[in-house]
Design a protein around this ligand. Sequence first.
Ligand code: BTN
Length: 249
Amino acid sequence: MKDRVAIKWMETVDSTQNEVQRQQDGLDNLSVVAARNQTAGRGQRGNRWKTRPGENLTFSILLLPGRDGIPAIPAGDQFVISEIVTLALHTTLEDAGIPSKIKWPNDIYVGDRKICGVLIENTLQGGMVHSSIIGIGLNVNQTEFDPEVMNPTSMKNLTGRTFDLQELLVLFMDCFRDELSKLTQRRITRVRYLSALYRFGTQHSYTDCATETVFEGKITGISQQGLLCVEMPDGIIREFGFKEISYII
Ligand code: BTN
């Protein structure tokens, strides 16, 4: 794996995801594009990702598995990318004195508030992950948020401290490279992911999106493909995909 990663800082861009997509052919493995301002930041489920310019980390990483000493990832194991990214975020926050949890599949929460969102866009080729563009929006120094943003918090809200964005990004990339170096230790990674999982093993309310019914359930694990395993009120374990379940917080 490369000793150092190239981080390109931009003043304004539509979305760092789009920028990495556009530049992909000319970028090295593990290149990072970070922006002080995104005009059309994209979130999960087709949502917008809006944050105040210059106050947060908004960046995307190009990951090319199977090259430059990074193990190949079969398409069926692509959830491991969510695991290593969220574990690296969890460690970065822990190092800053912030105890966080991973809300499946890849949000980062502190208590019941969201501090970070992750958008992972993979391309597959021949049953393998060919490329992955990993977009991360970490709330760092912003202390006030749009009322439309659900349960937000930031590193500054939690610690009272102002963080240097460039330094923080370098620290995160160190944690991410460390996780990548352990990519083949799938079982250990899964155990660590579960031990950091928000609401793991306790009873909470959820909505079954297909039937729009609310139920009480307990998260019991993650399937090999990365589906969320939930013990239903009748004791049966059901597996949910990303758009099939919503947390009631
Ligand atoms: C989410 O909805 O929780 C995921 C948010 C991901 C936002 C990041 S910010 C950097 C990168 N560029 C984008 O347009 N989106 C991701």
